[in-house]
Ligand binder design. Structure first.
Ligand code: SF4
Length: 437
């Protein structure tokens, strides 16, 4: 079977589709780059916003028109919350629920799921999509009920993979050349709660740092209420990337209450203070929603002032999107689209300023970068782009493409137009040593 895989949305979706790709290859099938070559197409959908649902439908249609004979299997959050809207799309042969997604490749290949644990990953399993960082799913679902969130509706209750399975997958991924491991989940901070370990994520990260030789470990989004002072002691190990993505969603207490978020201004500010006190110059990024139902001008200004004062190093800005099946969708006082646009534009401008200000703090310092791709070339060489451990997007010009290598540079200046830090290579000796080996 020739399989083409596409995914939309979050790192968790990315991690799931990469795992499926490896499983199809392990089962002796071929992963193909274009839908035209495929007998089977897998589409992993997203429903986080109305736009994401629209894009999911559009992608299924595009896959069918590219390959009318191919059978399409759709999975992911959009097909979970609106299966009827997917089932009528051309070419759709099957829909697999989020709960059964981990069994998708096993079902389509007729292999028992245990087969994939047994099979050595290096048996021709491609480093699919040429990635340098491996997104590892450790947890799924969520037991919270934030009123705007469709993910908790689409992904069901919180459930964790065993520590042993996570460690075994990570060891496998390291054997095929991944340099960085990114732990993902819907509600990562609740890892292990379903098997009675309230400090499950702390213990899992400890085990990964102790029992694998991953050069970098990064944590994806963490809900603020899951963390305590002791959690930050994990960063005593320099392999843990000093990057904390802590979704705030709003900087105004009355809005946070309507969102049913289990945090407030005082608690969130205290957590950020603790992180900055314990971890050296951490990169603290966040998510913010503009125009949540009922958000007044005064509430927005309160939120904006709070976000400005916390001085994040990056911010994902979302305009509130009404999602079916969520409590917020039924609330009164939905904000006009033009006002949402205006408020998100102010957050976006602030986000750019804050990201640049954080990166500039490292000018003149030597930092290690995991080079991810080549963004072009000049007469002096390739424009290599990658990320530091503290998540600063960095570029350097070098005669060689450096993709998937971890190499030090001297950080120079922030390029506002390109939104990255320009840096000078500081690794010639390292490369020469490698050449000599
Ligand atoms: S904790 Fe996250 S995934 Fe869970 S309901 Fe809230 S926003 Fe959604």
């Amino acid at each position: 079977m020739k399989v083409h895989l596409r995914t939309l949305g979050c790192r968790l979706n990315q991690s799931e589709i990469e795992t499926m790709a490896r499983q199809f290859v392990m089962a002796g099938h071929e992963v193909v780059d274009s839908p035209e070559q495929a007998d089977r197409i897998i589409v992993n959908t997203c429903a986080v916003t109305q736009d994401a649902s629209h894009t999911s439908r559009k992608l299924v249609r595009q896959m069918h028109s590219a390959s009318p004979e191919a059978q399409i299997t759709v999975t992911g959050c959009y097909s979970q919350i609106a299966p009827n809207e997917i089932a009528v799309l051309p070419g759709v042969e099957s829909i697999v629920s989020n709960q059964d997604k981990d069994l998708l490749a096993a079902r389509l290949t007729g292999k028992p799921i245990e087969f994939f644990d047994r099979e050595p990953i290096e048996r021709g399993a491609p480093n699919w999509a040429g990635r340098t960082r491996a997104f590892v799913k450790v947890q799924d679902g969520c037991d919270n009920a934030c009123t705007f969130c469709v993910t908790t509706v689409a992904r069901g209750e919180g459930r964790s993979r065993s520590v042993e399975r996570v460690l075994s997958e990570i060891r496998n991924l390291l054997t095929i050349g991944y340099q960085e491991i990114v732990l993902t989940g819907v509600h990562l901070g609740s890892y292990g709660h379903d098997f009675g370990d309230k400090r499950g994520l702390f213990h899992l990260v400890k085990a990964i740092l102790r029992d694998t030789d991953a050069r970098r470990v990064r944590l994806s989004s963490l809900e603020p209420w899951d963390l305590d002072a002791d959690f930050f002691t994990l960063w005593d190990d320099s392999r843990l990337c000093p990057h904390l993505h802590l979704p705030l969603q709003s900087g105004c207490d009355s809005t946070l209450r309507r969102m049913a978020r289990r945090t407030n201004q005082r608690q969130f500010a205290e957590l950020v203070r603790l992180a900055r006190e314990t971890v050296e110059m951490p990169c603290i990024t966040t998510d913010i929603i503009a125009g949540f139902p009922g958000e007044t001008d005064a509430e927005f200004e309160q939120s904006f002032a709070f976000v400005e004062a916390l001085d994040f190093a990056g911010m994902h800005v979302f305009r509130y999107s009404r999602r079916p099946g969520t409590a917020a969708a039924r609330m009164r006082g939905h904000v006009d689209e033009a006002i949402k646009k205006e408020r998100s534009a102010r957050y976006l401008a602030l986000a750019q300023e804050q990201e640049a200000a954080y990166a500039r703090k490292f000018a003149g310092q030597a930092l290690e970068v995991l080079w991810e791709h080549v963004a072009g070339s000049t007469e002096d060489g390739f424009i290599n782009v990658g990320y530091t451990a503290n998540y600063i997007r960095t570029a350097c010009i070098h005669p060689r493409p450096l993709t998937n290598s971890l190499l030090p540079v001297q950080m120079d200046t922030w390029n506002t137009a390109k939104q990255y830090m320009l840096a000078t290579p500081a690794f010639e000796q390292l490369l020469n040593n490698e050449d000599r080996e």
